[in-house]
Design a protein around this ligand. Structure first.
Ligand code: PBG
Length: 344
């Protein structure tokens, strides 16, 4: 007899508990699965510019900087897949950038135009807009930079309120302040309400970390901090975005954003910050969102393109992990692709 047959002939060991029984078939695994992914939980970040052409983004293979026309077609395409929430990121012409970022609140600017065009074509698609000054600021920071190189908090909030109100007038459903200035959620809520936009929601970037994973995004929008004149420009965003070492501080930000009227709170990046997602989930009854950012996208995409990772399996596993940690909502560049996989 072979050794396998010997083994099989012997009496079975006394194993008191057998978790493998719940894994024995696809039918049972699907029944006991604790976490699921659904296209309805995904928000698709989209890049746009004022130019006429649709341009592939070198730093983010598979992503495009859309013209207004291309953007509308893309939003229509993904809606048919079940992706009915998008967040818009504009690349603003260099000539429109300024120290104060006034273009951010121009009612005829790129974002208001895009909101109106999408609402015309796909009225059921929920439009989320980014509220921050970095695409509009010649210094590449999310806030106004003083002549001493300090990112000014309260002065920035005034422009952010004007920007949020401008998006609301154009028809945005959710505004998402990503700037990390103190007190901006409450100020934006007050401004929106004062203008009658009580139905416009705020998705707060509650725990946004000063992360190296945003690199490809800044390449996509040409929005990295840079010196334009003689004033000193901080090279990173660490005086307003959070220190990657901290989690208790995220709970303090949560308490503030909840108190100021946030409707949804967000953690960003997602994959390297699963413990932060879990901490927020345990502390709040609000929906928690997580943003799988450009660097997380690029790591998977480039490894898959080299043939080193199975893209579909890895993407679904990362998103499931983010959901398991406690995120209700995920912002991901993979959204349309995931919807196709889930539908297929
Ligand atoms: C800027 C903003 C950034 C991202 C979203 N909004 C970049 C930054 O804070 O420097 C990053 C998104 C990504 O990396 O995918 N307000």
């Amino acid at each position: 007899m072979s050794s396998l047959e010997n083994l099989l002939a012997a009496a079975g060991p006394d194993v008191p508990s057998r978790p493998r029984r719940n894994r024995k078939s696809a039918a049972i695994r699907s029944m006991v699965r604790e976490t699921r992914l659904d296209a309805g939980q995904l928000i698709y970040p989209i890049f746009l510019h004022a130019d006429a052409g649709d341009v592939p983004i070198a730093s983010m293979p598979g992503q495009t900087r859309w013209s207004l026309q291309g953007l509308v077609a893309e939003v229509r395409r993904v809606a048919t897949l079940g992706i009915d929430k998008v967040v818009l990121f504009p690349k603003i012409d260099e000539s429109l950038k300024s120290e104060m970022g006034e273009e951010a609140a121009n009612d005829d600017g790129l974002i208001p135009q895009a909101i109106r065009a999408i609402k015309d074509a796909c009225p059921d698609t929920c439009i989320v807009t980014d509220v921050a000054l970095d695409p509009y600021n010649c210094d590449g920071h999310d806030g106004i930079v003083s002549s001493e190189g300090v990112i000014l908090n309260d002065e920035t909030i005034e422009v952010l309120c004007a920007q949020a109100a401008c998006h609301a007038r154009a028809g945005a459903d959710i505004v998402a302040p990503s700037d990390m200035m103190d007190g901006r959620v409450g100020a934006i809520r007050t401004q929106l309400d004062a203008e009658g936009h009580t139905d416009v929601s705020i998705m707060a970037y509650t725990a946004k970390y000063a992360s190296a994973f945003y690199g490809p995004f800044r390449g996509a929008l040409d929005s990295a901090p840079k010196a334009s004149g003689s004033k000193p420009i901080p090279a990173d965003k660490s005086t307003y975005q959070m220190d990657p070492a901290n989690v208790r501080e995220a709970l303090r930000e949560l308490e503030l954003d909840e108190g100021e009227g946030a409707d949804i709170v967000m953690v960003k990046p997602a994959g390297p910050y699963l413990d932060v997602i879990r901490a927020l989930r345990e502390q709040t009854s609000l929906p928690v969102a997580a943003y799988q950012v450009s660097g997380e996208y690029l790591m998977i995409k480039s490894a898959a393109q080299a043939g080193w990772l199975d893209e579909r399996a890895v993407v679904l596993e990362t998103l499931l992990g983010i959901r398991r940690a406690g995120a209700d909502i995920i912002l991901t560049y993979f959204a349309p692709q995931v919807a196709e996989w889930l539908n297929g």
